[in-house]
Design a protein. Structure first.
Length: 142
């Protein structure tokens, strides 16, 4: 029986494909930064951006993000929208034009490009959130 090959979007950079394949079925939890594949702009996604790389089953297997090592199902990865990949805060891939938004903290409030983004119950969580969005932390809730 022929081994199935992971199917990627036509616009996914080869370097991204190589990294996702390298970490597929590994014990390494990675973080994906999704954004505009042409401009490199980070969309600042907060959810479903960390996990283990897997592959769906079926006739056209696609890359999926598993929430934990023992998961048997996960969400489809928008592989052509990956603008950065990190492992333990170490950058494995970054779009040549990668850029993030400007985050600022005012007490318990967080602003992105001058507009309200999030509010927290204390200043420490607000600061951790900014660090998470900038890729300097693996989470903001602890």
């Amino acid at each position: 029986m022929e081994d199935k090959v992971t199917q990627y979007h036509d616009e996914t950079p080869q370097e991204v494909k190589d990294i996702l394949e390298r970490y597929r079925n590994s014990d390494m939890r990675i973080r994906l930064f999704l954004g505009d594949g042409k401009t490199g702009e980070d969309w600042n996604e907060e959810n479903d951006v960390q996990g283990y790389i897997g592959r769906s089953m079926g006739t056209k297997p696609i890359p999926i993000l598993l929430p934990n090592k023992n998961s048997i199902a996960g969400g489809h990865i928008l592989d052509h929208c990956i603008v950065k990949i990190t492992l333990n805060k170490h950058t494995l891939y970054q779009h040549p034009k990668y850029h993030n938004h400007k985050f600022m903290q005012n007490g318990k409030e967080v602003f992105r490009d001058g507009k309200a983004q999030a509010s927290f119950d204390n200043e420490s969580k607000a600061g951790k959130y900014i660090q998470f969005m900038m890729g300097e932390r693996n989470n903001w809730w602890s």
